[in-house]
Design a protein around this ligand. Structure first.
Ligand code: 15L
Length: 272
């Protein structure tokens, strides 16, 4: 395998999952973050710096065939911070990708792009992945913008863009909501590997959510050939299920009824 893949936010949790999965699959890796990742596979290059640095991003994307963009604030921050890093930084990343001829870009969007969608109003077959964006926070706005920027760079320049509305990707989630929104590490990794192997350029918005019995999402036709989510929180997270047994009727608590959970109730711009 000779493909070089750039991972931004490589020192974060999801960047770390991607790093291990791609290294195991034989990809050459270039890892970028504000600090050196704890685990650096043999042969991987490391770049320390910000996605907001255009010169660094030009160097980082040189020779890469694909890019996984996880870099940025992972939850609510002030508008200025979100604007600089998540919004402007994502444009800088995409602009560098275009100039360097990167063919494929994975964008870590989030369920918070649509955080005000509610379970009680979800259609029968589940909430579709490209449902109307109803951002729940400044952070959510940055994810809607990320998706919009991805569309621009696909339609104008033909880059294959996968925007993933990631749910709760954690090996040890701790709250009841995660039993619906959980993305297993295995499904996270499998999606990336299947997408990297898909040669057809497209613009896609997909759920990054496992096949949870408690989910209320339309996961049919994930549109990535070779990828089907197999995780199920009910089966795979028995301790959490014991803590939060299934309910007779769905809760009306906004934190459980709204996709974005507590992101929909926290003050705008308040650190979480
Ligand atoms: C996200 O977008 C966050 O990055 C992550 O930390 C979790 O809070 C997740 O959403 C979630 O909604 O569970």
């Amino acid at each position: 395998m000779n493909d070089l893949v750039l991972i931004t936010g490589a020192a974060g949790r999801l960047g770390g999952f991607a790093t291990s999965a791609l290294a195991a699959a034989g990809y050459r890796l270039r890892l970028l973050d504000l600090r050196e990742p704890e685990v650096v596979p043999e042969g991987a290059e490391v770049l320390v710096g910000s996605v907001t640095d255009a010169a660094l991003m030009a160097r980082a994307t040189e020779g890469a065939t694909a890019l996984l963009h996880y870099g940025g604030h992972p939850r609510e921050r002030t508008w200025e911070q979100i604007l600089e890093v998540n919004i402007d930084g994502t444009r800088t990343v995409l602009e560098a990708a275009r100039h360097s001829g990167v063919a494929k870009v994975y964008l870590a969007s989030s369920n918070h792009a649509a955080g005000f969608q509610t379970r009680d109003r979800a259609p029968e077959g589940g909430l579709p992945p490209d449902c109307t964006a109803l951002a729940d926070s400044y952070y959510g706005v940055s994810k809607v913008t990320t998706e919009a920027l991805g569309a621009v760079y696909h339609h104008r320049f033909g880059i294959d863009v996968l925007a993933v509305r990631i749910g709760s990707c954690d090996e040890h989630p701790a709250d009841e909501r995660s039993l619906s929104t959980w993305l297993s590490r295995a499904d996270h990794d499998a999606m990336i590997l299947a997408w990297l192997g898909d040669p057809t350029p497209a613009y896609r918005i997909v759920w990054g959510i496992s096949d949870n019995r408690r989910g209320w999402f339309d996961l049919s036709g994930t549109s990535i050939p070779g990828y089907e989510p197999t995780g199920d929180s009910e089966r795979d997270l028995p301790d959490l299920v014991r803590q939060f047994p299934p309910r007779e009727t769905p809760s009306t608590d906004p934190v459980l009824n709204r996709l974005g959970g507590s992101f929909t109730t926290v003050e705008l711009g308040e650190f979480m």
